[in-house]
Design a protein around this ligand. Structure first.
Ligand code: ADP
Ligand code: MG
Length: 243
């Protein structure tokens, strides 16, 4: 969308954990109208301005509508996009990107309502691309691959390969690429989620066995899409209502 900036910074405030009890006071002052957050402290308040502020009541579905959807729309049209979650341990990065920390794919906590940005994005991507294939079975094709890496102590680990493959970051003509990561062809949402869970579990194992601290490791889930269109014009996305 033309009016959109290339980089959007949004802040999501998570609710207090139940164990904190009811006698609690937030040190944050949110102003969603001006998109500012003030961190109160005894010495000096600090005010931060971002593009959008989401309070603790914001649902996963509206986070996706406001943060994920435009990236997905760009992605199916061939525009690279990244969603980067930043915050201290326990601040809700995993919850926002994947869902509640219920690592099992069938766990109750990982419900339709609780799913985070990645599962919603995958569903959207496949829905858009499959609708296009259905419309133009003879002239539209796509193939997609996923890879899943972890960056820790300036080293890259492949979460989808058991061996300790060396993965290198290459910078060429201002483009940064990763060389040596396993890529898996994915044709459905379930296949893609299978790799996501597989890599996620691998990350957990590595965290314990190698003492990688999750607060200092970064997991990167990547999708590469190739579309082939022999007739007609750009992809028409199905119309949707933004919730
Ligand atoms: P991080 O990945 O940043 O270390 P988590 O995503 O694991 O943090 O969140 C820590 C805990 O808080 C988890 O138990 C998670 O389910 C919960 N949590 C985080 N964000 C929310 C939210 N918006 N609503 C409800 N629970 C949340
Ligand atoms: Mg986490």
């Amino acid at each position: 969308m033309a009016e959109q900036e290339n980089i959007n910074v949004v802040a999501r405030i998570r609710p207090f954990s139940a164990w904190i009890g009811t006698n609690r006071q937030s040190c944050l002052l949110l102003d969603p109208n001006n998109s500012t957050i003030t961190v109160k402290s005894a010495s000096k308040d600090q005010k931060f301005e971002v593009n959008t502020v989401f309070n603790e009541d914001t649902s996963q579905v509206s986070i996706f509508a406001k943060v994920g959807r435009s990236i997905v729309d760009g992605f199916v049209e061939g525009i690279n996009g990244t969603i980067f979650a930043y915050g201290q341990t326990g601040s809700g990065k995993t919850y926002t990107m994947i869902g509640p920390d219920a690592i099992e794919p069938n766990a109750n906590a990982f419900s339709e309502e609780n799913r985070g940005i990645i599962p919603r994005a995958l569903e959207d991507i496949f829905a858009t691309l499959n609708a296009e294939v259905e419309k133009k079975p003879d002239s539209f094709k796509f193939s997609m691959k996923c890879s899943f890496l972890e960056l820790y102590n300036e080293r890259l680990y492949d979460l989808l390969q058991n061996n300790d493959a060396t993965i290198k970051i290459q910078s060429c003509l201002e483009q940064i690429t990763v060389v040596g990561a396993a890529e898996f062809e994915v044709t459905t949402y379930d296949e893609c989620m299978h790799h996501l869970w597989r890599g996620w579990n691998q990350r957990k194992v590595a965290e314990t066995s190698m003492n990688r601290e999750s607060s200092r490791s970064h997991a990167v889930f990547m999708l590469t899409l190739v579309t082939e269109q022999t007739e007609g014009t750009a992809i028409n996305r199905p119309s949707r209502t933004n919730k």
